[in-house]
Write a protein that binds this ligand. Structure first.
Ligand code: HEC
Length: 144
């Protein structure tokens, strides 16, 4: 099933090693911590779907955490911090509108998940979110 493939691929992401030596060194940890926070909430919601145990309050809590993380994501790649770690692709700086568009798509999907009234609409938004995660990683992150 497509949804499971997307989620499994995301949950299986490798954690890269970090080589840092710039004034932006702390950003590397902030970026990873923010994404792990997002992934944790995403994983919880994935389990909920897998267990067929949709609960609006749990959905709202997890999706709100993801949305907050996606807001924070905006400020983690300031000008000059290209070399803070080797997972952030140079394209984040070369194509900021593209990065922002995917961040926006993911954020909108997370908001839809937060207010989803039933499993069908939640699943729909969850799939959109998963696609946005994957698209952004394909274009803007070096995670392998
Ligand atoms: C708008 C772009 C974007 C979106 C959307 C996005 N990510 Fe990421 N993600 C990144 C970038 C860039 C990195 C590499 C960050 C760094 O430099 O450490 C990353 C890294 C990660 C990592 C690796 C963290 C580590 O240990 O270093 C995980 C896990 C992750 N993302 C999960 C997710 C999940 C799950 C979603 C969707 C719910 C998501 N991401 C959505 C851009 C995005």
């Amino acid at each position: 099933m497509r949804l499971q493939k997307i989620a499994a691929a995301l949950l299986g992401l490798a954690i890269g090693t970090v080589a840092v030596g710039s004034a932006f060194a702390a950003l590397s940890e902030d970026r990873a911590a923010n994404m792990k926070h997002i992934r944790y909430a995403y994983g919880q919601l994935y389990q909920m779907l897998r267990n067929d145990s949709f609960d609006p309050a749990t959905a709202q809590q997890g999706a709100t955490a993801i949305a907050a993380g996606l807001v924070q994501l905006k400020d983690l790649f300031p000008a000059g911090s290209q070399t803070a770690d080797d997972r952030a692709s140079a394209d984040i700086w070369n194509n900021r509108p593209g990065f922002e568009a995917l961040r926006g798509t993911a954020y909108e999907a997370a908001l839809s998940m937060a207010k989803a009234p039933d499993p069908a609409s939640f699943t729909d938004a969850f799939q959109k979110l998963g696609q946005a995660c994957r698209s952004c990683h394909d274009k803007f992150a070096n995670l392998n």
